[in-house]
Ligand binder design. Structure first.
Ligand SMILES: [Zn+2]
Length: 683
């Protein structure tokens, strides 16, 4: 097709794979432009067809369109999330508004929408096959929700708003990244109290990379902030690290995000008002499981009082420890993790560092494969070295097959380590989704995390929380692999439902079979002692005040910001007042403060949707109880098969509430979630 590698058909084994080893940033812009041009041509061809609109001549080609662009976007996302650079960010800043304009051109193509609407209207009279009916409905609603029915003047404004928003999102994310890179706390040799050897080594390496030989650097990211605040005995340094982290995007300098937040909220409100909605939440939640912001808020409000009551108990426990040690302090937010860890040791006799000795990343990876085999009937085998291109030597690839039939399902890419230019946190994504309508496609899925890379030859030991997250992201990958949908649109996630599949997978970490086989000591190879496991299970509800409250505060804030009048909004003041009205305990903060709440402001991904984690957790806790009650527990074949069939394989081909009823025989209830967190259950 052209010299540009990013445009080319994927070649090689496994139905073709991305040429990650050959990608070059200079190709990105021309490839995106060409990809958009090709897709617009395809769209025009559909829109200008003379024949009367049918599923076959309208929806099918629409589902097929954009194949080249989809391939380019895979590279684009790798440049963005895994190997970002200042040069990339320049390309991104230029291309983001162009991509937004491109989307608008399709969403607002009147001739195309007319055809879609005709197919949809006809389907209400003469229904199509079930999955086709769902595809038409989702596509029609997607267009209608995004302004296809507006008049010309409103359409223009709608597109202009989206274009402006897209740039604001990029700017928001880059500001946070800048503050993560620019604020580093340096320690001297005598300020390393409480920190583990491997952590110290990695801090030393980062300091020397930054030209501060002989010092120790604490980068301003969650993977460093969290362990540092948990273990460091240097209280003033803890305060400094805490302040840097929770001030990201809020430093009153060129990277400050407060103005961006206001502008984003104003534009979002104006945009949904064009469609006749009062606020962004009403618009956003109409096709979500929760349906309305009120339903979502009811859940958050139901859990909030128990969460802050538990914080008060946790703080009292921590203050007692501090007093007994003769530390003349009042618990402040930068003390919470540190003293919580001491309480954990005292109350539950549980030492996170001791637990870590049994949590090696490579063993946990084996545990993932074991669960995938037992529950999903999948087999994971490493591909031959060098047979599948990767964008970094640390990325490893496995082939996934059906354990019984040997049928090929896809490839799993794992990019485990933190590096400069990689976004923080952990996530799962796909390079290719399953579908069958245009030839059977295999799945290329990836998991990404930010573990601190160990020195050569050393085991990578992780915390219980990080191990849980590792399973969580793998749950997303399994959800991709399990897909059995015919049409691509049916792969789309429902935001307050797609965390269920990942959260439920976390539950296998503490099953006996995983514990006994994979949680083994990194030196002796001995399985984790039963006594220690008992302690971990006893401590499962430990610190739930902190965890639940920091999450809920962010989830509630997300909703409140989008329900508020943004005309004269002062972000910091609004945040403060809202928290005060909630009686937010002063000893902790929101998990994501507003000026760096990327879930909500660096894209629309989780805007009025952060509640979705808890919404999904209601399902998770309830479904987990189904496994507890099953004859073979979490390895009950019949229940596992039911879960895969109804809750994983259909993706969005089935209404989630209906799918859940097919699995459980009833709707999910909140009680299981309250029990899980050790909160009182009302009945
Ligand atoms: Zn997730």
């Amino acid at each position: 097709m052209s010299e540009n590698i990013l445009l080319q058909e994927w070649t090689g084994p496994f139905q073709g794979v991305p040429a990650f080893d050959k990608m070059n940033l200079k190709d990105l812009k021309p490839a995106l432009e060409k990809g958009m041009e090709l897709k617009l041509k395809e769209i025009d061809a559909i829109a200008l067809t003379k024949e009367a609109p049918t599923f076959e001549n309208t929806i099918v080609p629409l589902e097929k369109s954009g194949e080249v662009l989809d391939r380019v976007l895979v590279y684009y996302r790798i440049f963005s999330s895994n190997v970002s650079s200042p040069e990339y960010r320049e390309v991104q800043a230029e291309m983001v508004p162009k991509l937004s304009e491109f989307d608008s051109k399709i969403q607002q193509n009147e001739a195309l929408f007319k055809r879609i609407k005709t197919v949809y209207d006809n389907s209400l009279i003469t229904p199509l096959e079930n999955d086709q009916q769902r595809v038409v409905q989702l596509i029609y609603e997607g267009f209608a929700m995004n302004g296809a029915e507006l008049d010309e003047i409103k359409k223009k404004r709608y597109a202009a708003i989206n274009k402006e928003l897209s740039s604001l999102y990029t700017n928001f994310a880059n500001n946070v990244l800048a503050d993560e890179e620019n604020y580093v706390v340096y320690l001297t040799k005598d300020e390393l109290g409480g920190l583990s050897d491997s952590f110290i080594k990695s801090m030393a390496k980062i300091a020397s990379d930054k030209g501060e030989e002989g010092k120790y650097a604490v980068p301003n990211t969650r993977s460093y902030m969290d362990p540092f605040l948990t273990y460091s005995t240097e209280r003033t340094k803890r305060e400094q690290v805490w302040k840097n982290y929770y001030s990201r995007g809020d430093n009153g300098d060129e990277f400050d995000n407060n103005k961006n937040v206001v502008k984003i909220l104003q534009l979002r409100k104006e945009r949904v008002e064009l469609l006749g909605f009062d606020n962004f939440g009403d618009w956003r939640l109409q096709n979500r499981m929760a349906k309305t912001p009120e339903n979502a808020m009811n859940l958050l409000n139901a859990v909030w009082p128990s969460a802050i009551a538990r914080v008060a108990e946790e703080v009292a426990d921590m203050q007692a420890v501090a007093n007994a040690e003769g530390a003349n302090i009042t618990i402040e937010p930068w003390d919470y993790r540190f003293y919580a860890e001491k309480v954990r040791k005292q109350k539950y006799d549980l030492d996170s560092d001791e637990v870590k000795q049994y949590l090696q990343l490579n063993k946990l990876t084996e545990a993932l494969f074991f669960v995938a085999a037992e529950v999903f009937n999948y087999d994971f085998k490493p591909v031959a070295e060098g047979s599948v291109p990767v964008f970094n030597e640390d990325v490893k690839v496995w082939e996934v097959t059906n354990k019984t039939t040997g049928e090929h399902i896809g490839l799993w890419y794992l990019d485990p380590f933190a590096r400069k230019g990689k976004r923080s946190g952990a996530w799962a994504t796909t390079y290719r989704d399953y579908s069958t309508f245009n030839g059977k496609k295999n799945v290329l899925a990836s998991n990404n995390s930010n573990f601190v890379k160990p020195a050569p030859g050393e085991a990578l030991l992780v915390s219980w929380d990080d191990a849980t997250t590792f399973l969580h992201e793998f749950g997303h990958a399994l959800h991709f692999f399990a897909s059995n949908v015919k049409y691509p649109t049916l792969n789309n996630g429902v935001r307050d439902y797609t965390e269920f599949q990942s959260q439920i997978l976390e539950r296998w970490l503490s099953t006996d079979k995983v514990i006994n086989q994979f949680l083994v000591h990194y030196k002796t190879g001995e399985a984790i002692p039963a006594e220690l496991v008992k302690k971990i299970k006893n401590a499962a509800t430990f610190n739930q005040g902190f965890v639940t409250t920091e999450y809920l505060a962010s989830a509630i804030m997300d909703m409140k910001f989008h329900m508020a009048d943004p005309t004269k909004l002062d972000v910091d003041a609004f945040e403060k007042e809202t928290l005060a009205a909630l009686n937010m305990p002063k000893e902790l903060v929101m998990r994501h403060r507003t000026p760096h709440f990327g879930h909500v402001f660096s894209s629309e991904g989780y805007a009025t949707a952060y509640y979705g984690y808890m919404w999904a957790d209601v399902l998770t806790a309830d479904a987990a109880e189904a496994f507890t009650e099953a004859p073979e527990g979490f390895y009950d074949k019949e229940l596992a098969e039911k879960m895969v069939r109804y809750l994983f394989a259909p993706r969005n081909a089935m209404d989630p509430a209906e799918a859940y009823r097919l699995f459980r025989g009833r709707d999910a209830e909140i009680d299981a979630l309250m029990r899980d967190r050790g909160f009182p259950v009302s009945k």
